[in-house]
Design a protein around this ligand. Structure first.
Ligand code: DLZ
Length: 162
């Protein structure tokens, strides 16, 4: 079981995001959790220099729609990286598995198709408590981590292509 704040990181190890642009797609399902993830992601991008004008945030109905929402942002908004944020909580049926598999495969494919970072910020938990612990609770905020990952992946790409 995770026992530490997983979002703790060395602030100085994160490159500047001042010249980067980001799309964020947020699922409305479990909005108490996903809203906190989104808040963390936006806060962290801005803390590392991203400008408001370079952050586009859009909502989709559920986590299953994150993949297409992310593809829309890649096609129709001129952003450098895209972060998807959702929360799937295990229920009594196998729905959970299908959504998680669908999003995982979908986001992986988008990374390859567009050759740009699509960051996987999907919580897949047994219950709401575990989700809240990872959305600004005692185990940090996966939205913060997704933001840092997006910045680092763009810096990697920029370092190789510019
Ligand atoms: C239907 C459904 C269920 C049961 N559970 C969740 C969930 O825990 N988290 C989530 O983000 N979405 C859930 N959904 C909705 C699906 O993601 C999707 O929106 C619908 O199946 C319509 O495609």
């Amino acid at each position: 079981m995770a026992t530490k704040n997983l979002s703790e990181y060395d602030l100085t190890s994160v490159p500047s995001a001042s010249e980067m642009s980001f799309g964020i797609v947020v699922s409305e399902w479990n909005h108490e959790v996903t809203g906190a993830l989104a808040q963390g992601a936006v806060y962290t991008l801005k803390m590392h220099g991203a400008k408001d004008v370079n952050i586009i945030l859009k909502h989709v109905p559920g986590s299953f729609e994150l993949t297409l929402g992310a593809q829309y942002l890649a096609e129709f908004a001129n952003v450098d990286a895209i972060i998807v944020l959702g929360c799937v909580i295990q229920g009594e049926t196998r729905h959970f598995e299908f959504i998680c598999q669908g999003v995982t495969q979908g986001i992986t494919s988008l990374n390859m198709k567009y050759n740009k970072p699509f960051i996987f910020g999907l919580l897949t938990t047994d219950n709401q408590r575990q989700a809240l612990d990872r959305a600004g609770g005692k185990l940090g905020n996966k939205g913060d981590e997704a933001a840092v990952t997006a910045i680092k992946m763009l810096a990697l790409k920029n370092g190789l292509t510019k």
